[in-house]
Design a protein around this ligand. Sequence first.
Ligand code: PS7
Ligand code: MN
Ligand code: MN
Ligand code: MN
Ligand code: MN
Ligand code: MN
Length: 345
Amino acid sequence: SEKTDKMDASSELKQCYDFLTETSRSFAGVIQELNPELRDVICIFYLVLRGLDTVEDDMSIPIVRKKEVLTTFHKSIYERGWTFTESGPDEKDASLLVQFDVVIHEFLNLKEKYQKIIADITKKMGEGMATFTTKDVETTKDYDLYCHYVAGLVGYGLSDLFAASELEDASFYDIKRQSNSMGLFLQKTNIIRDINEDILDGRYFWPKQIWSEYFDNIDDIIKEENREKGMIVLNKMWANALTHIPDVLDYLSRIKNPTIFKFCAIPQVMAIATMAICFNNPDVLAKNVKIRKGEAIKLILNTTDNANVCRTFLKYVGQIKGKNDPSDPNYESIRESLEKAENTI
Ligand code: PS7
Ligand code: MN
Ligand code: MN
Ligand code: MN
Ligand code: MN
Ligand code: MN
C-alpha cells in the first residue's frame, strides 16, 4: 500500500542518515544542513563513494576481484537488493556494504538527473581506483591523477549537482580546474597529515619523485634519526598542496546559496587550519596531529560568508609564512605560493 511504501521510504532514508553519521565525522553535519533539494542527494552521493572507498581500502580482497568490484560499482547501484559481503574483518565501514541495498533503495528514489551525475562520477572514480591497485604513485603527475580520481572527481560531481539543482549558476558545470582543486586541497592535506599512520598501515601515497632524493625506502621517513631529512620532504609536500589555494578561494567566491557555501567552505577551512599546525611540524612524522576540538568549533561557527572565509585563510596563510624556515630548501617556493594565495584575497 501507499502507506507501507512511505513508511519504508522514511525508514530507509533514516538508515542512510545513520550510516552517514557513523561513517563521517567531517561531512555529516554540513550535509544535514544542506537545502532540502540537495540534502538527500549529497547524503546518498557520499554513501555511494564511501562504499566504493571501503572496497578500495580493503587489502584482504584479491586484486582481480577488487578491480572487478570497483569498475562495476556504478552498475551495482542500479541493482535493487545488491550487497557486498566480501570485506575483510577489520574494514571499519564493512557494515555499510553489507546493508548497501538500503543505500541503493534511496539512490533509486532520487531524480534521474541526480542519479546520472552520481553514477557517472562513480564509474570514473572506480576505474581510476582500479588502475591504482596495480600502480604506485611515482611522480607528482601520478599523485595529482590519483587525487583527481578519489577527490577531484567528487568536486566535479558536486559542481554538476549544484548546477543541476539550479541553486547555483549553470557555470558550475564548466569550472573544472577549480572543482578539481577543491578536492585535491582536502585529499592532499589528509594524505600529508596522516603520513605516520598510513606508513604504519602499509599505505603509500607520497610520490617517489618527492622523497627519492632523501630516502631509499619511504618507511624510513617516520624514524626519529631521520627527522632532518624527513622535514625537508614534509615541507616539499606542503609546498605542493599550497598551490591549490587560489583555485579554492576562487571557487568559494562564486557560490550564492548559503547552505552550499557552508558545505563547501567548512572542510576547506579545516584543511587550511590543519595545514597551519602541521606545516614545518616534526610531530607530524611521529604521530597524527589534529586541530583542537575548540578551534574546529570556532571555525564552523565563523564560516558564514566569503568575507569571513577570506579572513580565516589570510590568518592561517600568515601563520604558515611565519613558520617558513629560510634554511629549508623549499623556502622560496613556499614563499611564492603563499604570496600568490594572499594576492587572490
Ligand atoms: C560526496 C561530500 C565541495 C566542490 C567517501 C568533498 C576517501 C578527502 O578514507 O573521510 O577516511 O581517509 O577523511 C564526499 C569539492 C570519497 C572531496 C576521498 C565523498 C570537494 C571517496 C573529499 C567522500 C570534494 C574517496 C573524504 C575527498 O575524506 O577519507 C561527498 C567541492 C568520499 C570533496 C575519498 C576523500 C574524502 C576526500 P578516509 P576522509
Ligand atoms: Mn520503499
Ligand atoms: Mn576519515
Ligand atoms: Mn579511505
Ligand atoms: Mn581509499
Ligand atoms: Mn587519511
